[in-house]
Design a protein around this ligand. Structure first.
Ligand SMILES: Nc1ncnc2c1ncn2[C@@H]1O[C@H](COP(=O)(O)OP(=O)(O)O)[C@@H](O)[C@H]1O
Ligand SMILES: Nc1ccn([C@H]2C[C@H](O)[C@@H](COP(=O)(O)OP(=O)(O)O)O2)c(=O)n1
Ligand SMILES: [Mg+2]
Length: 239
């Protein structure tokens, strides 16, 4: 279905009203303290419209790790904004040098460029369930996405993790990334602190935010994440 469209911006989000109505019944989803209400049974497995989850959290908060578990359990397609940008650098594209310098400085790449890469991947996919990891990182990211796609996410996960834990994890990550060094991490944390909160507050007000305690083992954290998706009655890949 996605391959045949030239742009996703015109696709309507037919199931939105049901999802949003339900989501608005709770303000901020403290899944480790709050019971998750059952949602009305829906037929997402046959939906022809995308189901979009934004995955927010600071560097090292565990976004990518938890996304892998969501993919495994619920069959989402995982699109990491950072990974798409790194791929663009590796492909020696015209924007590659600019992206590399931006990432080294711990700054945010222009929204239109990141969105173009996300959009391309979505159009190439046969799936309708997407995890967009590390996006939006700023209000500019968020507004540009909404303008270009003409739609909002269905779910926003926010992994809340203290800075010292994030620094420790990033320094131990060992993936050879140019931004996983103490100087860049300090800059990234400053950018995160300044730009993430307005995005979180926006989705909190819309009743779409699921705040997850990012401290604990991977499985302990996933125990908070799983009910968010099982409440939507997707066809599960693995129970
Ligand atoms: N709950 C956890 N406890 C300890 N280490 C973790 C946890 N979750 C992820 N990690 C590790 O921390 C590092 C950063 O995790 P990652 O998922 O890449 O975070 P992000 O995508 O938010 O930057 C990785 O090396 C990962 O294996
Ligand atoms: N929306 C985004 C996402 C990532 N980037 C850039 C800037 C980020 O520091 C890097 C790396 O992002 P990535 O999500 O892979 O980083 P973490 O997994 O949080 O450590 O990419 C961006 O400019 N805009
Ligand atoms: Mg990541």
């Amino acid at each position: 279905m996605w391959r045949r469209v030239t742009s996703v911006s015109h696709l309507t989000f037919a199931h939105k009203s049901t999802v949003n109505k339900n989501a608005c019944t709770f303000k901020c989803w403290e899944s480790f303290t709050t019971e998750i209400p059952r949602k009305e049974k829906t037929t997402y497995q046959r939906a022809k419209t995308p189901f979009i989850t934004f995955v927010l959290g600071g560097p090292g908060s565990g976004k990518g790790t938890q996304c892998m578990k969501i993919v495994e359990n619920f069959g989402f397609t995982h699109l990491s904004a950072g990974e798409l940008l790194r791929r663009e650098i590796a492909s020696n594209s015209a924007d590659g040098i600019m992206i590399l310098n931006t990432i080294k400085e711990g700054k945010i790449v222009p929204s239109e460029l990141t969105i173009k890469l996300i959009q391309k991947e979505m159009e190439l996919s046969d799936n309708y369930k997407f995890l967009i990891d590390g996006f939006p990182r700023s209000e500019d990211n968020r507004k540009a996405f909404e303008q270009i796609f003409g739609a909002e996410p269905d779910v926003v996960l926010f992994f809340d993790c203290p800075e010292d834990e994030m620094v420790k994890r990033v320094l131990n990550r060992n993936q050879g990334r140019v931004d996983d060094n103490i100087d860049t991490i300090k800059k990234r944390l400053k950018v995160f602190t300044a730009l993430n909160l307005p995005v979180v507050n926006h989705y909190l007000e819309k009743g779409k935010l699921y705040k997850i305690n990012g401290v604990g083992t991977v499985d302990e954290i996933y125990k908070q994440v799983h009910p968010v998706f099982s409440s939507f009655h997707f066809e599960q890949v693995r129970v």
